[in-house]
Design a protein around this ligand. Structure first.
Ligand SMILES: [Zn+2]
Ligand SMILES: [Zn+2]
Length: 346
């Protein structure tokens, strides 16, 4: 089979290579990949600006069908349609033992498509049974390939902060994570969802509106986003701001958009220090929450939301391309012409 591999450290160093079909260990299943999405972190790995251990086949957002199971596999069967998180947590370290498997610190921890385990940019991959979830009935495999980024949003937006019915939410950044945040916030009963972006985001802000955003604001041309948000909230400010843009200036804006005693949830990674004034956190008594990866519970919630059609993830898929066209797929992501690019012929 062909696998899209990061072969060595440094920028570039990506190749579509011939590799053997893997065979599952005793506790693993062999999965035939149906669809695999390019994540922003895959782009970072391409440019050597994220953690990874080469050589490794990339791809951690995927869905597929089980075609073989190891001897000790008990609940997953050949033919099951499945998804999984990337991280095969150890279950033994302090963080795993205290229920924070997303922060597992085991040095031999496998992260599919990133470190010590090949990922889904290939026809087949193996994964341990204990991280696998079955795709609910009625959910397409293309949609299921978006379960991983959705579970990350679900962890941040439903497990790390409180959204109450009727709340006004500002989502900064209409990329994949922001657009999923809009839908998850609505599913949690948010009243108004306001999405902010920059001028080059106009087409993605339009998609945000089609996905249920009540108001979108281009913060570059609209001189006073603050007063628009105040007008929409009886002068109070947003109950919750979800920062999904990764832009440094968005942190400063978030402190202005949020109400007194409101919450800011940081999802977007900046990759550089942001200069912000901490005083509003004190004088407005704000909470600012980080979120990283997923817990098993995030996946259970995500799959329930998908099964009950509370999310419309397929509208995020802007491109379906064969793996052989991977360079085009990465170009689309890097030039921000795509929301989600799926490899559907592997
Ligand atoms: Zn990802
Ligand atoms: Zn651990």
């Amino acid at each position: 089979m062909k696998g899209l591999m990061k072969i060595a450290r440094g920028p570039g160093n990506m190749e579509l290579r011939d590799v053997d079909v893997p065979s599952p260990d005793r506790n693993e299943v062999l999965i035939e990949v149906a669809a695999a999405g390019i994540c922003g972190s895959d782009v970072h790995i391409k440019h050597d600006t994220a953690f990874y251990t080469p050589p490794v086949i990339l791809g951690h957002e995927y869905s597929g069908k089980v075609v073989e199971v190891g001897n000790d596999v008990q609940d997953i069967q050949v033919g099951d349609l499945v998804v999984s998180p990337a991280t095969a947590y150890c279950g033994r370290c302090y963080h795993c033992k205290t229920g924070h498997m997303n922060r597992c610190t085991a040095s031999d921890k496998k992260i599919l498509g990133v470190s010590l385990a090949n990922g889904a940019f290939a026809k087949y991959l193996t994964a341990p049974e204990y991280i696998i979830h079955k795709v609910p009935e009625g959910v397409s495999l293309e949609e299921a390939a978006l379960a991983e980024p959705t579970a990350c949003v679900v962890h941040g937006v439903t497990e790390k902060i409180n959204i109450c019915p009727g709340d006004t939410i500002v989502v900064q950044g209409p990329g994949t994570m922001g657009l999923i945040s809009v839908q998850v916030a609505k599913a949690m009963g948010a009243g108004k969802v306001i999405v902010t972006g920059v001028s080059s985001d106009r087409w993605r802000l339009d998609i945000a509106e089609r996905m249920g955003a009540d108001v979108t604001i281009d913060v570059q041309t609209e001189s006073d986003a603050d007063s628009i948000i105040r007008d929409l909230t009886k002068g109070l400010g947003a109950d919750v701001v979800i920062e999904a843009s990764g832009a440094c200036i968005a942190c400063t804006q978030a402190l202005r958009f949020v109400k007194v005693a409101g919450h800011i949830c940081l999802i977007g990674v900046r990759g550089q220090p942001a200069t912000i004034d901490l005083d509003p956190i004190i004088v407005k008594e704000l909470t600012m929450t980080g979120t990283w990866g997923t817990l098993p519970s995030s996946w259970v919630t995500t799959l329930k939301l998908m099964e009950t059609k509370k999310l419309s993830l397929s509208s995020l898929i802007t491109h379906r391309i064969p793996l052989s066209d991977w360079e085009h797929g990465f170009d689309l992501m890097e030039s921000q012409q795509a929301i989600k690019v799926l490899f559907t012929e592997l």
